[in-house]
Write a protein that binds this ligand. Structure first.
Ligand SMILES: NC(=O)c1ccc[n+]([C@@H]2O[C@H](COP(=O)([O-])OP(=O)(O)OC[C@H]3O[C@@H](n4cnc5c(N)ncnc54)[C@H](OP(=O)(O)O)[C@@H]3O)[C@@H](O)[C@H]2O)c1
Length: 286
């Protein structure tokens, strides 16, 4: 029986992996940790955990994900998203564990009219993106046998995310302004969890960076409109420009990622974002 260690088990992605884990229990034994049971900023904790457990796969679903707060908590963001990732990469190398790490579209500046491919120039415009990029670089430098999945606009029925925030606001307000000039690809974390398990099950592993999201691109405004439609809300949504909705951290204007590499390498076909969103809204509306 192969062992899978899921770090960040209480996060959105961690919970989505936990949800499908029973489907794989004949072949894999899962261990889920959270920041209390395994703090990735502690090298000692990681080393002793790997020594005791010797996982075959380590999925890092943990991260410092507070994009705006990161602007004032730079050190903390780098400690989790860069230093912690480096410790994990080293432990995976030492214990011959396949390392699957999750990163973000925010490593790009968003100044493109095309989609970003995996080897396109990275140039984050905020601290969160900078810290995640550093994590990618350290992971690959320390352990070239790392698989990095960059994803975007993650949501699920778990924890805090845009879909849950919208549903909450729809029940309190008659009218809402939503940014309509930022483009990206919403991703249901349940689809990402499935993609990760497909990679683990693949007989042949290709390492390096891969993009995974739902497709095609949309805006936060169109995303919100679909959430309203699928939830039966009659709220009036108004488009806003980025200038009309200032936030502490700048967001990329268009962080759409090309998805062909993961399709070709691992035969993982991304789903249409509207279909995946409908499934999530259905779960949340029960
Ligand atoms: N959310 C998005 O829109 C988005 C977009 C693109 C990429 N991503 C990436 O996708 C991945 C999954 O994101 P998510 O939305 O599922 O994250 P999330 O819901 O915010 O969960 C992150 C988890 O990380 C854990 N964590 C934080 N610091 C830790 C530490 N020092 N040691 C151990 N665990 C720690 C937290 O654990 P506790 O709860 O136990 O404190 C939390 O449950 C991350 O790599 C993120 O950067 C997310």
């Amino acid at each position: 029986m192969k062992k899978i260690l899921v770090i960040g088990g209480n996060g959105q992605l961690g919970n989505c992996i936990r949800k499908i884990a029973p489907d794989f229990e004949l072949d894999y034994e899962f261990t889920f940790t959270d920041s209390q049971t395994l703090d990735i900023t502690s090298e000692d904790q990681i080393t002793s955990f790997f020594y005791d457990n010797k996982p075959d796969f380590c999925i890092n679903a943990s991260a410092y994900t507070a994009v705006d707060l990161a602007e004032t908590e730079k050190e903390k963001a780098f400690r989790v998203n860069a230093e912690g990732v480096a410790y994990l990469a080293q432990a995976c190398k030492d214990f011959k564990t396949t390392f699957i790490h999750v990163s973000t579209d925010y490593v790009f500046d968003g100044e493109t009219n095309l989609c970003y491919s995996e080897d396109d120039f990275t140039s984050p415009i905020g601290v969160y993106g900078e810290s995640k990029l550093k994590g990618e670089e350290l992971a690959l430098e320390i352990n070239p046998k790392t698989i990095i999945l960059r994803t975007s606009w993650l949501y699920s029925e778990f924890n805090k995310n845009f879909v849950k925030t919208m549903l909450n606001l729809f029940s309190q307000k008659d009218e809402l302004g939503i940014v309509s000039d930022q483009f990206g690809q919403p991703t249901n974390a349940n689809d990402l969890a499935e993609a990760i398990m497909n990679i683990i099950e693949a007989p042949q592993k290709t390492y390096g960076i891969f993009h995974f999201s739902n497709y095609p691109e949309t805006t936060w405004f169109e995303f919100a409109k679909k959430i309203a439609e699928f939830s039966g809300s009659t709220i009036k949504l108004n488009p806003l420009t980025t200038e009309q909705y200032p936030t502490p951290a700048k967001r990329p204007k268009r962080s759409t990622m090309c998805l062909d590499k993961i399709e070709e390498t691992y035969k993982i076909e991304p789903k249409h974002w509207e279909n995946s969103l409908e499934e999530c809204v259905e779960i949340l509306s029960k």
